[in-house]
Write a protein that binds this ligand. Structure first.
Ligand SMILES: [Zn+2]
Length: 82
């Protein structure tokens, strides 16, 4: 049982909550040399680099009910903000 953060209604205990990302921010990931180690075909340890780059990072997410989650997803797909 929880209170949905979008509609402020109490949701029954047998219904799960869904985490919806309300805010996202641009994040830059640096290049890392020899970040990952793994065993190669010859069973020797090898290293690989991570190229880095940019991506989106979740800044704020809230627990919402199923109907609010579906509504927010539909609005996001057609670029409407509530
Ligand atoms: Zn709701």
């Amino acid at each position: 049982m929880f209170i949905g953060k979008n509609c402020n209604k109490q949701v029954h205990s047998n219904q799960p909550s869904f985490l919806y990302p309300f805010k996202k921010r641009l994040k830059q990931y640096p290049k890392r040399l020899a970040a990952n180690t793994f065993k190669g075909r010859d069973a020797k340890l090898k290293c690989s680099d991570e190229p880095g780059g940019t991506g989106l990072e979740i800044a704020k997410e809230m627990g919402v009910c199923k109907s609010c989650y579906d509504l927010l997803e539909a609005c996001q797909n057609i670029n409407i903000s509530l």
